[in-house]
Design a protein around this ligand. Structure first.
Ligand code: UT7
Length: 335
């Protein structure tokens, strides 16, 4: 039997309608459009405002978009994995809720927590079930409602984040396409620099934790910035060397969208041109697990079968890594 690879055969997304602009943010905290554009590169981000709506609703809409675009019958889905750090609730898994809301009844499902590396970690995990020959259709959801854990009194974090839901379909191929290789890392020491202080078993929710605003993202920005630049550039450079990829043979680099300066520094280290790097941070900010598939969604009609791509991310944990994949279809055919 020929070796099987897992290919991404479709991308779906959901974006909330509400746009939180730098202008509006500057009425909430002491900041300005100029500072945010210069230091981060974000113009606006989407916020899920509707009462009672949660991460699963964005994930559900993204999966429905994906199934419609790819003409996939929901009864044929074998497995659904959801990358998120903003689950609807600590348990059960948001993946279970999404599967129920979409009406996927023949699959099992679970969540995976790798913060901003959530999509690339989940993509590699999901690929194993395809490569083994066990499953034919696996859905990877990457969805985060960052507005639910963002402190809109903290000017050092609130300009960064936005909400989005995304989903990709993985199917087997015997062609030289799909997920080829990955280099993934974690370092638990990094948890001190980027985390949520309360709400887990180490510090359960109490009046005190709420009063102290401990249920929001805590980040030491400069330290995370330094590690993000070296982490993403190192693994991507290593991957390019391992597979003899140069700026000529590589079509795209798809970096996690946390800060335009991190994206530029990574591109510079890899010696690739600006137009080879997917960027949409200005429109959506950092949507945590969703940034990379949201880039694939936005750029889909430019993608060609066989395009060499490096996906790379860095996030809380610390977690970081890169995936080398060959795109499996002509984007324009998918529309
Ligand atoms: O996706 C997960 C991984 N996360 C990341 O990759 C994020 C990494 N970190 C960053 O992107 C950047 O560190 C930040 C955008 C969070 C901060 O940018 P920075 O250039 O590192 O700024 P800083 O924290 O060193 O602050 C510089 C100055 C400070 O003022 P003083 O002390 O020099 O007077 C801050 O108080 O900028 C001030 N500042 C602001 N000013 C206006 C911080 N935030 C703001 C703001 N508006 N929103």
């Amino acid at each position: 039997m020929k070796n099987l690879r897992a290919a991404i055969t479709g991308v779906g997304a959901f974006l909330p309608e509400y746009k939180l602009t730098n202008q509006e943010l500057s009425t909430m905290v002491d900041t300005s459009d100029e500072w945010i554009m210069q230091r981060i590169g974000i113009k606006e981000r989407r916020i899920l405002k509707e009462d009672g709506k949660a991460t699963s609703d964005m994930g559900t809409a993204a999966v429905e978009n994906l199934l419609a675009k790819t003409g996939t019958n929901k009864d044929d889905v074998d497995l659904l994995i959801c990358a998120t750090i903003t689950p609807d609730m600590p348990f059960p898994a948001t993946a279970n809720i999404i599967a129920h809301k979409v009406g996927i009844h023949n699959a099992w499902s679970y969540d995976l927590n790798a913060a901003c590396s959530g999509f690339i970690f989940t993509l590699v995990t999901a690929s194993q079930f395809i490569e083994s020959g066990q499953y034919k259709k696996v859905v990877v959801v990457a969805a985060d409602m960052m507005s639910s854990i963002t402190n809109y009194h903290d000017r050092t974090t609130c300009p960064l984040f936005g909400d989005a839901g995304t989903a990709v379909l993985l199917e087997p191929t015997t062609e030289d396409l799909g997920v080829i290789d990955h280099i993934h890392h974690v370092n638990g020491l990094g948890r001190h620099h980027l985390h949520m202080k309360a709400g887990g078993s180490a510090r359960p929710a109490s009046y005190e934790t709420v009063d102290n605003r401990e249920h929001y993202v805590y980040q030491e920005g400069k330290t995370v910035f330094k590690h993000a630049v070296s982490g993403m550039a190192d693994v991507s450079e290593q991957m390019m060397k391992k597979h003899n990829l140069s700026h000529k043979s590589l079509a795209w680099v798809v970096p996690h969208q946390a800060n335009m300066r991190i994206i530029d520094a990574t591109a510079k280290r890899l010696q690739i041109d600006e137009d080879q790097v997917m960027v949409n941070i200005q429109k959506y900010g950092n949507t945590t697990s969703a940034t990379i598939p949201l880039c694939l969604f936005d750029y889909e009609n430019k993608l060609r079968k066989g395009d060499n791509m490096i996906l790379t991310a860095f996030g809380a944990g610390f977690t970081w890594g890169s995936v080398y994949l060959k795109w499996a279809y002509d984007g324009k055919d998918a529309l």
